[in-house]
Design a protein around this ligand. Structure first.
Ligand SMILES: C[S@@+](CC[C@H](N)C(=O)[O-])C[C@H]1O[C@@H](n2cnc3c(N)ncnc32)[C@H](O)[C@@H]1O
Ligand code: SF4
Length: 363
């Protein structure tokens, strides 16, 4: 049975974190958010009765929505899509807005995975990153999440901040491990254009970030967590299914301003402007601004670039079908950058941190 993922983008945040260039705007007009939810619901009708196997509501800050807005959105999803085969339903939480009543309604509507942006356990770093929460707020949120019975929780952390030493980071990671979450996403800080950090000319230390990455591998190697993707570790059977399907280059519907989707061989992006998105949907105008139809070459390149992210699964050797890919593969196998095992190709451990450089060989 052909099933697909569903991604819904909630582009509102209390304020912009200093490092973040994800598409979101300040949540200060509740009527705009109400209209946005109505537009999401109307947009979803285009895909009515589609069989979905994973849902991810991300942002932005989905937990910023009010109880009523969450209820309205989730109720409409269950009335629009065929959700009988949904295995994983993730909702992103920011600690300061994850109120108990919202967790209860999420559970009621079948959300079975939460992803919480902790970023750091030290208040000084949280402040430095421009976060709205402190450690105490996170602890309350985490207690509530566990109290409501969520048993598949991801925690996001960012490492490699300026002036952070490897020892400082080790303390952050080890304190985070005490929460015993089922999944961990560990990201090296990147400085993106249009962020406060960029404007402030923040400079990163690549060598130090690499050492911190190696510390992650060292600490987590002897733990219950498996390093299954470049930046992701999970306990047994707790790998993120929705994201894994992205890395397997499978299809998904993208709803909302700035959301991407991939359907029928077309990779698309919706307009990154909330008012225009609402307007387009209201007037039945196509809200996509980018459409890229995959020809065989592009499809193969993307399949390789995404599949190599899956450190254990890798991808079938059959995916390296063109002469150019076969040549690059042979070269990488010779240099032991890639490893071939039972018809599958995987990235060697030593090259995970420089993943982005390696995949250019297949572009
Ligand atoms: C799409 S963001 C939104 C998550 C959620 N709104 C939050 O703030 O917790 C997902 C994750 O990407 C990571 N991230 C975003 N920008 C980053 C950057 N410039 N460098 C490193 N990690 C970043 C953060 O860990 C963040 O939690
Ligand atoms: S990191 Fe999360 S809360 Fe902060 S600006 Fe980005 S999406 Fe919003």
């Amino acid at each position: 049975m052909h099933m697909i993922g569903l991604y819904i983008h909630i582009p509102f945040c209390r304020q912009k974190c200093f490092y973040c260039d994800f598409f979101s705007t300040k949540y200060d007009d509740i009527s705009l958010v109400d209209k946005y939810i109505d537009s999401l619901i109307k947009h979803s009708q285009k895909f009515k009765n589609k069989k979905i196997n994973s849902i991810y509501i991300g942002g932005g800050t989905p937990s910023i929505l009010s109880f009523k807005q969450i209820q309205k959105l989730l109720l409409s999803l269950s009335n629009t899509f065929n959700l009988s085969k949904v295995k994983e339903f993730t909702f992103e939480l920011n600690p300061e807005s994850a109120l108990k009543e919202k967790l209860i309604i999420l559970k009621e509507f079948g959300v079975n995975r939460l992803s919480i942006g902790l970023q750091s356990v030290e208040d000084k770093y949280l402040k430095y990153l421009g976060r709205m929460h402190d450690l105490k707020t996170f602890c309350t949120c985490y207690d509530n999440v566990k109290h409501e019975g969520f048993n598949n929780v991801n925690i996001d952390l960012i490492y490699g901040l300026p002036n952070q030493t490897v020892d400082d980071w080790e303390i952050v990671l080890k304190k985070t491990l005490l929460f015993n979450s089922e999944h961990l996403s560990l990201y090296p800080l990147s400085v993106e254009e249009n962020t406060t950090f960029y404007k402030n000319g923040i400079v990163l230390d690549d060598k130090l970030q690499r050492e911190m990455y190696e510390k992650n591998v060292e600490i987590l190697e002897h733990s219950e967590y498996v390093h299954y993707e470049v930046s992701n570790w999970a306990k047994k059977n707790k790998e993120a299914l929705h994201n894994t399907n992205y890395w397997r280059n499978l299809e998904y519907v993208g709803l909302g301003a700035g959301a991407c989707g991939y359907l029928g061989g077309n990779r698309y992006k919706n307009i990154e402007n909330i008012e225009k998105y609402i307007n387009f949907i209201e007037n039945n105008v196509d809200c996509t601004i980018e459409n890229e139809y995959m020809d065989e070459k592009l499809y193969t390149t993307e399949t390789i670039m995404l599949g190599l992210r899956l450190l254990h699964e890798g991808l079938s050797i059959k995916c390296f079908s063109s002469t150019q890919n076969k040549f690059a593969l042979a070269e990488c196998l010779r240099e032991r950058i890639l490893i071939q095992e039972e018809g599958r190709v995987k990235l060697a451990k030593e090259y995970v941190f420089i993943f982005n450089q390696i995949v250019t060989r297949f572009m």
